[in-house]
Design a protein around this ligand. Structure first.
Ligand code: PMP
Length: 452
């Protein structure tokens, strides 16, 4: 067993972390998270921290569920690995595909397995282009996405995503992907009311299709609610207008369910929350509650039947597509979600309670807007509530609050000057009280430091 200092020294010497400023980290040393139970984490110094982010929006059933460990152990002894290429399958992967089809929208009956959300979106890109090739419309290649959307960090995933910081590195996006504005009313709505702005944002899609020509556009991809972009919830007019436009031009809809899937909104999928009829739904995270890496693409009948009936091979797949141990864990995760009625619990109890409690944070002098759906929430930090003016250096208030939170036992994430949360779906009312009390205290501490 190593001490914290030893671990941090080894980390500094050998570990290149994702999404990390190593120069900045060098001075502080990584926080070593050692164990977790329920909604709580413990670091190597014994601090107990409420995980308001469910890891990275994934630990939906909470930490410490021994059932998942047990099925993984048994499956490893029985069949730790075999591929699903070349006409092979394994029992848990087959059972999981069926179980996912049962909770997906009625017209979605097939699953293509991957190892992560990013891989799922690489699959999406290949699959929509293959679909249009098979349909005799090979010109339909371009995918329209949204500025500030997040679809992963592989070359295709980061290109589909619309985060400029990710495009600046690695010469992205790759050709064939274009971005339209996001439906971010609080930040970009100007003088429009939310409904008006929702229509305006949706019609950017129509304008882009007209500009490119509908015979060039393969698909539109979007998260039901933009997660990593700052929990951006589209106004009520947005999705109905998007649906109208996609139907008019016959363009596929890809709804990225990596965050919203598996109960986060109080429905199984965000598509059901917003009444969408996607052709493809990339999934990951909550699929196994993060206990093992796994992703997939849920495929609607239109695309699946075309791929199947046309014949010929789709030259695509991953070594770990349909990994038996990950699939067994995914299946057990789904059993727990279903038998313990966790999605109903989110809809009927946890979400209404969390949303009513966080709404009170809007009274804080640093807070310009609080918004949320299900167990997703966002708190916009501003200097001036009336004008929505931010504090001087962009993102510094968000980082300040986030760091104060973690020091006071709460993980939230900062996206610029927006604090976001996404706790485990099993969070209890008294834990929601603790989360909100801690958030309030950290906002007070930040206000003191900012001298307001
Ligand atoms: N899509 C969305 C909506 C996501 O939030 C994420 C991860 N945050 C991804 C895709 C990528 O998933 P992964 O990190 O598993 O590759």
């Amino acid at each position: 067993r190593h001490t914290t200092a030893e671990l941090q020294a080894m980390d500094a010497a050998h570990y290149l972390h994702p999404f990390t400023d190593h120069k900045d980290l060098g001075a502080r040393g990584a926080r070593i998270i050692e164990r977790a139970q329920g909604v709580y984490l413990w670091d190597s110094e014994g601090n107990q921290i409420l995980d308001g982010m469910a890891g990275l929006w994934c630990v939906n059933i909470g930490y410490g569920r021994t059932e998942l460990a047990e099925v993984a152990y048994k499956q490893m002894l029985e069949l730790p690995y075999y591929n699903s290429f070349f006409q092979c399958a394994n029992p848990p992967a087959v059972q999981l595909a069926k179980a996912i089809a049962e909770i997906a929208p009625a017209h979605m009956n097939h699953v293509f397995f991957t190892g992560s959300g990013s891989e799922s979106n690489d699959t999406v890109l290949r699959m929509v282009r293959r679909y249009w090739d098979l349909k005799g419309k090979p010109g339909k290649k371009t995918i329209i996405s949204r500025i500030n959307g997040y679809h992963g960090s592989t070359v295709a995933g980061a290109s589909l995503g619309g985060m400029s910081v990710m495009h600046e590195q690695g010469d992205l996006p790759i050709p064939g992907i274009v971005h339209i504005p996001q439906p971010y009313w609080y930040g970009e709505g100007g003088d429009m009311d939310p409904e008006e702005f929702g229509l305006w944002a949706a019609r950017q899609l129509e304008a882009k299709i007209e500009e490119l020509g509908e015979d060039k556009v393969a698909a539109f991809i979007a998260e039901p609610i933009q997660g990593a972009g700052g929990v951006i919830i589209p106004p009520s007019t947005y999705w109905p207008e998007i649906k109208r436009i996609l139907a008019k031009y016959d363009i596929l809809l890809v709804v990225d369910e990596v965050i919203c899937g598996f109960g986060r909104t109080g429905e199984w999928f965000g598509s059901q929350y917003f009444d969408l009829k996607p052709d493809l739904m990339p999934i990951a995270k909550g699929m196994t509650s993060g206990y093992l890496p796994m992703g997939g693409v849920i495929v609607g009948d239109r695309v699946a039947n075309t791929l199947i009936e046309h014949g010929g091979e789709f030259f695509h797949g991953y070594t770990y597509s349909g990994h038996p141990v990950a699939a067994a864990v995914g299946l057990e995760n789904l059993r727990i979600l279903r038998e313990e009625k966790i999605v109903d619990y989110v809809k009927q109890e946890a979400a209404p309670y969390l949303q009513s409690k966080i709404a009170s944070l809007a009274e804080h002098r640093l807070v310009g807007e609080v918004r949320g759906v299900g167990l997703l929430g966002a708190i916009e930090l501003v200097k001036n509530k009336a004008t929505r003016e931010r504090f001087a250096e962009k993102g510094s208030t968000g980082t300040l609050c986030r760091d104060l939170c973690v020091r006071n036992g709460l993980v939230m994430r900062a996206v610029g000057d927006t604090l976001i949360m996404s706790p485990p779906l099993v969070i209890k009312p008294e834990e929601i009280d603790e989360l909100v009390a801690k958030a309030w205290r950290c906002l007070d501490l930040a206000a003191e430091q900012l001298g307001v």
